[in-house]
Design a protein around this ligand. Structure first.
Ligand code: ADP
Length: 241
C-alpha cells in the first residue's frame, strides 16, 4: 500500500510543528524519518497513523484518506518506544488483542486466532513464550511481542517510532537487522522514526531528513550521506559521526 502526504501543516498553538510536508512512500518501501529531537518526526508519524490530524493537507493510503476510520483500523500497525504491552495478560493475549477487539462479523474464529498467534511467535522468534507475562521477558523480547501484536492484524502499513530506543546498542543492532529481514520477507510498507543516523542508514531504503518541521532532504540512504543537500543535513550527519 502506498502513502501520499500532501502539503501537510500542523500547528500547536502558534508553533508550527510541520510546514508544507510533501512525501510519497512507495508500496513495500522501508522509509526512515531522521532528525534531531523536536524536528517533527513523531508528529508526522502520528498524522500518517491518523492518531492526529493535519491543520491543512491530506494523508492518502492508496488514494483513501486516513481520516476514514475503516482505513486506519484495517491497515495500520504501530510499534512505539513506550507503547507498553498489557501487563496483566499473557504474551499470547497481547498479540491477539487487535483481533479480539474486532466486531464479531470480522473477528477470526478462536482457532484461527490461536494459530495466528503461534505463527507470529515463531516469526518473532519467541516460540513457546505465549503463556508468559510481559514482566517475565527482556526489553528486546517485549519489543518483539509489540511487533507481533502490530503484525497480527496483517497491516499493509507498519509505523514504528523509535521502537528500539530504550534498548542497549547491541540488542538494537540485532533487532534492526532482524526487522529489515522481516520487512523484506513480508513487503509491508514501513515508516520508521529515529534520531540515530546509523540506524537510518542501515535499515532504510530511503531517508527523510527533517529539521524544525520541514523536510530538508529525501533520498536513498547512501546518497543522503554522500551528498547532503543543505547545510543542516551536512552538519547533522557530520556532527553525529
Ligand atoms: P520529534 O519526534 O522529531 O522529536 P515531535 O514531533 O515530537 O518531534 O515534536 C515537534 C515539535 O512539536 C516539538 O517542539 C514539540 O514540543 C511540539 N509538539 C509536539 N506535540 C505537541 C503537542 N501535543 N502540543 C504542543 N506541542 C507539541
Amino acid at each position: 500500500m502506498g502513502i501520499d502526504i500532501k502539503s501537510v501543516n500542523k500547528r500547536f498553538g502558534g508553533f508550527e510543528a510541520l510546514r508544507d510536508v510533501n512525501l510519497s512512500v512507495a508500496p513495500g518501501e522501508f522509509l526512515a524519518l531522521l532528525g534531531p529531537s523536536g524536528s517533527g518526526k513523531t508528529t508526522l508519524l502520528r498524522i500518517i497513523a491518523g492518531l492526529e490530524f493535519a491543520d491543512e493537507g491530506q494523508v492518502l493510503f492508496d488514494g483513501h484518506d486516513v481520516s476514514e476510520r475503516s482505513v486506519r483500523d484495517r491497515h495500520v500497525g504501530f510499534v512505539f518506544q513506550h507503547y507498553a504491552l498489557f501487563k496483566h495478560i499473557t504474551v499470547a493475549k497481547n498479540i491477539a488483542f487487535g483481533l479480539e477487539v474486532r466486531p464479531r462479523a470480522s473477528r477470526p474464529s478462536r482457532q484461527d486466532i490461536d494459530e495466528r498467534v503461534q505463527r507470529l511467535l515463531q516469526l518473532v522468534q519467541l516460540p513457546g513464550l505465549g503463556g508468559r507475562y510481559p514482566s517475565q521477558l527482556s526489553g528486546g523480547q517485549r519489543q518483539r511481542v509489540a511487533l507481533a501484536r502490530a503484525l497480527a492484524i496483517e497491516p499493509k502499513v507498519l509505523l514504528l517510532d523509535e521502537p528500539f530506543g530504550a534498548l542497549d546498542a547491541k540488542v538494537r543492532k540485532e533487532l534492526r537487522r532482524w526487522l529489515r529481514k522481516l520487512h523484506d520477507e513480508m513487503g509491508i510498507t514501513t515508516v520508521f522514526v529515529t534520531h540515530d543516523q546509523e540506524e537510518a542508514l542501515e535499515i532504510a531504503d530511503r531517508v527523510v531528513v527533517m529539521s524544525k518541521g520541514v523536510i530538508e532532504q529525501v533520498g536513498p540512504a547512501q546518497e543522503v550521506y554522500d551528498q547532503p543537500a543543505t547545510p543542516f543535513v551536512y552538519d547533522f550527519l557530520g556532527n553525529t559521526n
